[in-house]
Design a binder for this molecule. Structure first.
Ligand code: BES
Ligand code: ZN
Length: 866
C-alpha cells in the first residue's frame, strides 16, 4: 500500500484551461468523451516529461492529440492511468472511455441510486469518470453535455448555467451546461433522472435574483420546504455576518437515497443524502430538522470557503472543512440557541474526536501522510479543525475574525491554497503575529490543562496557575506549548461574577500564573467558559463547588459542564464500587441539584433537558484507564433509576405540564418536547406499569415524529411484550418510508434491552435490510457498534465476530462505509484484557482476509500496531 506524504507535494507539470464533457448515459454502459485544452505549468521549470493522467476502472476507447489519433508507441493506458509521451507545451487532448454506473457499488464517480444517475467526486472520484489531472490544485472551466433517454431521464443537471437543450433520435434528448467558474474536478457533478423540483428564489444584498431548486423523487415533493427555508436563511446569514454573496444565477440541491456521506458542495449543484433534505413533522424529528438546517448551510458556505478558495492538496482538507464546520456552527447558534449548540458541538467533539486523539489513529488536523484519503475525513480534521478556527475568533474577536476571513478570501479568490495561507491572511488583516498557532496544525493529541488557584485573603488577590501538557508520540519531536485562550470568571458567594475577573487568559507557555486583584472573598473559579479551546481541563473541585456552578455560573456552557462533571464524579465512584462488589449508594446532592434545575424558571426546556442528561457510557469510558463496559452500564443504569425514583413526582408533573402542544417545529415546541421526553425517559426507566403506559400512549397518539421516535426508543429498551408490540406496529406503519425505516433499525440496534444483539442479528436478515445502501447499513451496524457499547462489548465476543463478518461482506461492496464501521474496534487497547483480546482477534481476522480494501486495511493495521 502506497503512503502519500505532505512533504512530497509538487505542483502539477500540466494545467487544464477548459474541459468539455459529453455523457451518453446508459446504466450499464455510459460513454464519456472529454476534450481538454492543456499546457505546461510555467511555474514548474524545465518540464519535458510525459503527461500522466489519473484513472480508476476506466476502459479507453479513443484518444486524439490535437485532432490526430495517437500511435500506440506514444501512450500507455490501463484502468488506473494514462501516460502520453512527447507532448507539446500547449495542446488539445480528446478521450473516450466507457464506464458502468449500475455496477458502481462504491458510490464514487458516476453511479445510479434508485434509477437516478448521480456523481460523487470528492476526494478522488472524478478519475472513475474520465482520465484527468484529478487533484484540487488543477482548476479548469467545465462544460457538460448530457444525453439520455427522455422518458426515464427527463431531468438532466450539471454545474453552472443551462445554456442549450434539444432532441435526439430514438427518444433521447440532451442538455448543455456551462460553469463560468474554474474549479477542481472534485466539484464536478451530474444528475439525471425522473425528479421534481421544489422552487424558490433569493434576492442577494446587491439585488440579483437567484433561482433555488430542490430536486427530489416525485413521492417526496411534500418534504422540501424546510430544506429550501434553510438555504434561504444560510444565504442571508452569510451576507449579514461576512458580507459574502452567492455568485451564480441558480443553486440546485438534489436528494439521493444512496450516498456515502451527508452531502456534497459541488459548484451550483449540491448532491445530498436524502436524510439531510427530506422532512415533514410526521416523518422527521426536531433533531432531523436541525441537522438539515446545519448541513444545507454547511454545503452552501463551502461556495466561498472551499469552492472559490479551495485546497492546494488533500492534506489541507481542514482549510475548507474545519472552517466551514465553524461557519455552520456559528450559523446554527444564531438560528437556534447558542448555548444548546455549543453543548452539542462540544459533546460531539469529546465523543468522537477525543477518542480518536487518544487512540491509534491520532493525527494532527493537517495530517502528514495517508494511504487512503477517504479515511481522513475525520472528527479531527472536521471538529477539532473547527475548534482551531474558533481560536482565531476568540483571539481576534468577531470583528477581527470577519476582517481576516474577508482578507483571506479576497487575496486567494480563484486559487488553491494552504492552511498557512489562512493563518497569514488572518494575521495580516489584523496586523498581529499568529505564528505560534501553527503548532495546532501539526501536533496531535488532546492537550491537558491543569489548573490550581490560591486566594490570598489579606492581599485580596487570587492567583490562578495554568499548566499544559500533551501526548507524546514515539518518533515525533517533543511537543511544544500551544497558544491556548482560556476564558475565565471568578464567581462570588452571591452567584455573580466578581467585578473585573471576567477575562480571556492567554496561556502560551508550559505554565503561567495569572493574578486577579480585588478579590475580597473566596471565589469559585469558572474556567474555559464556552469551551474556549479544545482541551481537557483538570482541576480539583469539590461536589459543593460543582453544584454551586451548576446553579449559578453566568456562562451557560459552564453551568451545564459543572453538572456533567458532578454526575461524572458520582458515576465514576459507582463504577469503582461495582468493580469492588460493593453496594451502590446515590449521592443525594446530585438529586438536589437536578431538582433545582427542574424548577429554575430562567432555563429553557432544551437546556434543562441537556442538563438533566447523564454523560454517555462512551464518555464515561474515556475517563477510565481500563474499561469494563458492564460496570459502566450498571453504574449508569443505577443512577438513572435513582434519579427517576427520587424525583418521580417532579418528572410526573413536568411531563403532565408539557404534554399538550402542537407538532410545529419552532423553538417553543422543540423546548417543550425535549423537556417532556427527558422526564418520560426517567419515568419509563422505573419500569412501572403506570409509567410504561404513558410511553405507550405517547407512541400511539403522537402527531409528530419527535414524540413518536422518543416513545419508541423507550419502549424498545424494555424487556417486555410492549417492546415487541411497538416494533411490529412501527414497521407496519412506516415500511414504505426509507428514512423512517432507518430509525426503526437504528433504535433497535441502540436499545439497552437484553434482546438487542439477537434482534440485530435477525434484522441483518430482514428483507428490508440492504448492506449496499449506506444509510441502512449504518442504521443497523454503525448504530450498534458505535452507539450500543453495552451490547457490542458483550463478554463472549459474539457481537465483535458478527460485526467483523458484516464489515468483510460490506468491504466487497463499499469500502468507504466499511472502514467507518470497522473503526469501532479502534479503542480495543482501552478495554479489560478479555475484551481487548477478543477485539484484537477480530481485527487480525479482518486483516488476514484476501482482497480487503486499502480503506479497511489502513485502519485495522494501524489499530493493531499502535
Ligand atoms: N465535502 C464534504 C463531503 C465529502 C466528504 C465528500 C468526504 C466526499 C468525501 C461535505 O462538505 C461535508 O463535509 N459533509 C459532511 C456534513 C457536514 C455538515 C459536516 C458530511 O457529509 O458528513
Ligand atoms: Zn464540508
Amino acid at each position: 500500500m502506497e503512503r502519500i506524504h505532505r512533504k512530497d507535494y509538487r505542483a502539477s507539470e500540466f494545467l487544464v484551461d477548459t474541459i468539455d464533457l459529453v455523457f451518453e448515459l446508459d446504466p450499464t454502459e455510459t460513454i464519456v468523451r472529454a476534450k481538454m485544452q492543456l499546457h505546461r505549468n510555467p511555474e514548474v521549470p524545465a518540464g519535458t516529461g510525459p503527461l500522466l493522467l489519473h484513472g480508476d476502472g476506466l476502459e479507453l476507447r479513443a484518444l486524439r492529440l490535437d485532432g490526430a489519433a495517437l500511435d500506440g508507441s506514444r501512450f500507455e493506458a490501463d484502468s488506473q492511468s494514462l501516460r502520453i509521451h512527447d507532448v507539446p507545451d500547449r495542446f488539445e487532448l480528446a478521450t473516450e472511455v466507457v464506464i458502468h454506473p449500475a455496477e458502481n457499488t462504491k458510490l464514487m464517480g458516476l453511479y445510479t441510486s434508485s434509477g437516478t444517475f448521480c456523481t460523487q467526486c470528492e476526494a478522488e472520484g472524478f478519475r472513475r469518470i474520465t482520465y484527468y489531472l484529478d487533484r484540487p490544485d488543477v482548476m479548469a472551466r467545465f462544460t457538460t453535455r448530457i444525453e439520455a433517454e427522455r422518458a426515464r431521464y427527463p431531468v438532466l443537471l450539471s454545474n453552472g448555467n443551462r445554456v442549450a437543450e434539444g432532441e435526439l433520435s430514438d427518444g433521447r434528448h440532451w442538455v448543455q451546461w456551462e460553469d463560468p467558474f474554474p474549479k477542481p474536478s472534485y466539484l464536478f457533478a451530474l444528475v439525471a433522472g425522473n425528479l421534481v423540483c421544489h422552487e424558490g428564489t433569493f434576492t442577494t444584498a446587491s439585488g440579483r435574483e437567484v433561482a433555488l431548486e430542490i430536486w427530489v423523487e416525485p413521492a417526496n415533493a411534500d418534504k422540501c420546504a424546510h430544506a429550501l427555508a434553510s438555504l434561504q436563511a444560510a444565504m442571508r446569514w452569510d451576507e449579514e455576518r461576512y458580507g459574502l454573496e452567492y455568485d451564480l444565477d441558480i443553486y440546485m440541491i438534489v436528494a439521493v437515497d444512496d450516498f456515502n456521506m451527508g452531502a456534497m458542495e459541488n459548484k451550483g449543484l449540491n448532491v445530498f443524502n436524502s436524510k439531510f433534505v427530506l422532512a415533514k413533522p410526521s416523518t422527521a424529528t426536531d433533531d432531523d430538522y436541525e441537522g438539515i438546517e446545519g448541513v444545507v448551510a454547511h454545503e452552501y458556505f463551502h461556495n466561498w470557503t472551499g469552492n472559490r478558495v479551495t485546497c492546494r492538496d488533500w492534506f489541507q482538507l481542514t482549510l475548507k472543512e474545519g472552517l466551514t464546520v465553524f461557519r455552520d456552527q456559528e450559523f446554527s447558534a444564531d438560528m437556534t440557541s447558542a448555548a444548546v449548540q455549543r453543548i452539542k458541538d462540544v459533546t460531539r467533539l469529546r465523543t468522537a474526536q477525543f477518542a480518536e486523539d487518544a487512540g491509534p489513529l491520532a493525527h494532527p488536523i493537517r495530517p502528514e501522510s495517508y494511504i487512503e484519503m477517504n479515511n481522513f475525513y475525520t472528527a479531527t480534521v472536521y471538529e477539532k479543525g473547527a475548534e482551531v478556527v474558533r481560536l482565531y475568533q476568540t483571539l481576534l474577536g468577531r470583528e477581527g475574525f470577519r476582517k481576516g476571513l474577508r482578507h483571506y478570501l479576497e487575496r486567494h479568490d480563484g486559487c488553491a491554497v494552504t492552511c498557512d495561507d489562512f493563518r497569514q491572511g488572518m494575521a495580516d488583516a489584523n496586523d498581529v503575529d499568529l505564528d505560534q498557532l501553527e503548532r495546532w496544525y501539526f501536533q496531535a493529541g488532546t492537550p491537558v490543562v491543569r489548573t490550581s488557584g490560591a486566594w490570598d485573603a489579606s492581599a485580596g488577590s487570587y492567583a490562578m496557575t495554568l499548566s499544559q501538557s500533551q501526548r507524546v508520540f514515539p518518533d515525533e519531536p517533543r511537543p511544544r506549548p500551544l497558544p491556548i485562550p482560556i476564558r475565565v470568571g471568578l464567581v462570588g458567594a452571591d452567584g455573580n461574577d466578581i467585578a473585573g475577573t471576567v477575562r480571556t487568559l492567554e496561556l502560551s507557555e508550559d505554565e503561567h500564573t495569572f493574578t486577579f486583584e480585588n478579590v475580597r472573598e473566596r471565589p469559585v473559579p469558572s474556567i474555559a467558559r464556552g469551551f474556549s479551546a479544545p482541551i481537557k481541563l483538570e482541576m480539583e473541585r469539590s461536589r459543593e463547588d460543582l453544584a454551586f456552578l451548576m446553579a449559578n455560573d453566568s456562562d451557560p456552557f459552564n453551568r451545564w459542564e459543572a453538572g456533567q462533571r458532578f454526575a461524572t464524579d458520582v458515576l465514576l465512584g459507582l463504577v469503582g464500587r461495582v468493580l469492588e462488589g460493593q453496594a451502590l449508594e446515590m449521592d443525594p446532592a446530585l438529586v438536589q441539584a437536578f431538582r433545582r434545575i427542574l424548577s429554575d424558571g430562567s432555563l429553557d426546556g432544551s437546556i434543562k433537558a441537556l442538563t438533566l442528561s447523564l454523560p454517555s457510557e462512551e464518555l464515561l469510558s474515556q475517563e477510565l484507564s481500563q474499561v469494563d463496559p458492564d460496570a459502566v452500564h450498571r453504574a449508569r443504569e443505577f443512577v438513572v433509576r435513582e434519579l427517576g425514583a427520587a424525583l418521580r413526582d417532579d418528572w410526573m408533573s413536568t411531563y403532565a405540564q408539557h404534554r399538550q402542544g402542537t407538532d410545529a417545529v419552532d423553538k417553543a415546541q422543540i423546548d417543550r418536547r425535549r423537556l417532556k421526553n427527558r422526564a418520560l425517559r426517567y419515568l419509563v426507566a422505573l419500569e412501572e406499569q403506570g409509567t410504561i403506559a404513558l410511553a405507550v400512549e405517547q407512541f400511539r397518539t403522537a402527531a409528530g415524529m419527535t414524540d413518536y421516535e422518543a416513545a419508541f426508543s423507550m419502549l424498545v429498551d424494555l424487556d417486555s411484550s410492549e417492546a415487541d408490540r411497538a416494533i411490529a406496529e412501527f414497521y407496519d406503519r412506516w415500511r414504505g418510508e426509507p428514512l423512517v425505516l432507518d430509525k426503526w433499525f437504528r433504535m433497535q440496534a441502540m436499545s439497552s434491552s437484553p434482546a438487542a444483539f439477537d434482534r440485530v442479528v435477525a434484522l441483518s436478515n430482514h428483507p428490508d435490510f440492504n448492506l449496499a445502501n449506506p444509510n441502512r447499513a449504518r442504521s443497523l451496524l454503525f448504530a450498534f457498534a458505535a452507539g450500543n457499547p453495552f451490547a457490542f462489548h458483550r463478554a463472549d465476543g459474539e457481537a465483535y465476530r458478527f460485526v467483523a463478518d458484516r464489515v468483510v461482506e460490506l468491504d466487497a461492496i463499499n469500502p468507504q462505509v466499511a472502514s467507518r464501521i470497522v473503526s469501532s474496534f479502534n479503542q480495543w487497547r482501552r478495554f479489560e484484557p478479555g475484551r481487548a483480546a477478543l477485539m484484537k482477534a477480530q481485527l487480525e481476522r479482518i486483516a488476514g482476509q484476501s482482497g480487503i480494501s486499502k480503506d479497511v486495511l489502513e485502519i485495522v493495521e494501524r489499530a493493531v500496531e499502535r
